[in-house]
Write a protein of this length. Structure first.
Length: 256
């Protein structure tokens, strides 16, 4: 009986968390972004700062109602001059929220499905985020943003990780780093017990507060991009393999 009551309590709080997030997204998209668009200067940066504040407030709210706890490790690196290609593994639905809560400016690469979500579509477009349509257009867009001194955030797996592992890493992040010369900044995210995984409904809640760890690793410098396309492909393949190996080692260490 007590176990059922605890489950119902967490289910209600989880639903409340999603409702608050959705309301916040609508307020930002419909109430704040139209004002931001009238301001002088870099409107995308203004909008991204608002998203940063919204996500930070939501994390505090979710912590206050005991939905989750977060351990932050080396997040002071998010305050470096940059620019960086921020990469992360993707175990849960809210990984991007955790990252942007500590990044005042971030050009996020978001999947096309986001533009079909009524709560997130206006936020993503209003903040100038990059639609993940693949190919060299995506790479060129990321490189252009980095050359403007901006930070780019993307997930090499392209989707949420499978249970107890990593999906294949795509080479897009490596191509972006090689072409721009911007270092990769790896972020390792863990979640225990697992929740909000790929294909898992929101109402399948764990029996206790979720403990997240967000650890920002040391920047990974890259060599200048080779002139030949086939050389760049080879360099990108080697770089992303090294990055994946780094994540495998780190996740095994954390799990142990």
């Amino acid at each position: 009986m007590a176990g059922q009551a605890a489950y119902v309590s967490r289910l209600i709080r989880t639903g409340l968390g999603f409702v608050v997030f959705g309301i916040g997204a609508l307020v930002v998209a419909l109430g704040i972004f139209p004002v931001i668009r009238q301001l002088p200067g870099d409107r995308d940066r203004h909008a991204q700062r608002i998203v940063h504040v919204m996500f930070r407030c939501w994390i505090r709210f979710a912590t206050a109602i005991r939905l989750l706890r977060v351990t932050w490790v080396n997040t002071q690196r998010f305050r470096d001059a940059g620019p960086y290609v921020v990469i992360a593994n993707h175990p849960t639905l809210i990984d991007v929220v955790l990252i942007i809560a500590h990044l005042r400016q971030a050009d996020c690469v978001v999947k096309t499905a986001t533009w079909r979500n009524p709560f997130l579509r206006r936020v993503a477009s209003g903040a100038g985020y990059i639609r993940n349509e693949g190919g060299y257009f995506l790479i060129d867009t990321c490189v252009e943003r980095l050359r403007q001194g901006r930070w780019v955030v993307l997930f090499p797996e392209g989707t949420r990780s499978p249970a107890n592992g990593l999906a294949p890493f795509h080479r897009g992040a490596a191509h972006v780093a090689l072409r721009s010369g911007a270092p990769l900044l790896p972020v390792v995210i863990t979640c225990a017990p697992p929740t909000l995984m790929k294909g898992e409904p929101w109402y399948r809640v764990p029996n206790r507060a979720v403990q997240f760890s967000v650890e920002v690793g040391e920047p990974i410098s890259v060599a200048a991009s080779p002139d030949a396309i086939d050389s760049e492909v080879s360099a990108a393949r080697e770089l992303i393999a090294e990055v994946r190996e780094l994540y495998e080692r780190r996740l095994v260490h954390v799990g142990g």
